[in-house]
Design a protein around this ligand. Sequence first.
Ligand code: GLN
Length: 272
Amino acid sequence: MDAAQQLAKVSESPRLDAEVLLASTLKRPRSYLHAWPERMLELQQAARFTAWLERCLAGEPVAYLLGCREFWSLELEVTPDTLIPRPETELLVELALERLPANDPVQIADLGVGSGAIALALARERPRARIVATDRSPAALAVARRNAQRLRIANIEFRQGDWCEALADDRFDLIAANPPYVAATDSCWREGALRFEPSAALVAGVDGLDALRVIIAQAPDCLKLGGWLVLEHGYDQGETTATLLREQGFVEISDHQDAAGFPRTVCGRWSG
Ligand code: GLN
């Protein structure tokens, strides 16, 4: 059976995963596979490919095996200290960019930066912005810093700390976060590929809302008047997250669906 067929058992993108693994085995870009479809693997390469394939079939995410994942056309290093950036989080970047004037030196915060995906995408699109990226995990911050250095993105300041606490007295035009939002009672994070990811980046209390509640409560003290809070949430947390924002005094609240049609990202504006 070919690798893609086997990977279909564990992956939503088996063909792509098989190609990425094979291209990495050959240390060539994926396009090489299409240019030289009949090329045979050397013995050592075949052994490496088989070992990787077996780890994938046991559930280990391809991104951790290879140590990288693309997000917003940026090649990012990822390690088991960081969540693997998801395509649906690109929606958060789009919504944030719609709310950030293109040429102003705006102030942006990304809370729980992980591998740096959101902060780096915003920094690349808004080179005049000043971005503060925070994470509680020093190991995740180290990965994010390395990504910024490798991509030569210099307009991000990294700070260690919990949510808004690391923002000190600064005031921001926009605060973005993809916090943990899986419910502790939901067994999904102990299973499949999710079990390889840091639970601190996935799980947030019994109902999955602990981190969102803290961020929504803290954000008003760190936003400028008219500043935006943009938050990713679980597929069934849209209404609750919007209500939390409303109760806190946010206005212009909107919830947006990801490409799979799930409510995924909520925006609200701080009106004082
Ligand atoms: N979107 C992730 C998932 O698939 C969860 C990420 C998060 O908690 N921020 O479960």
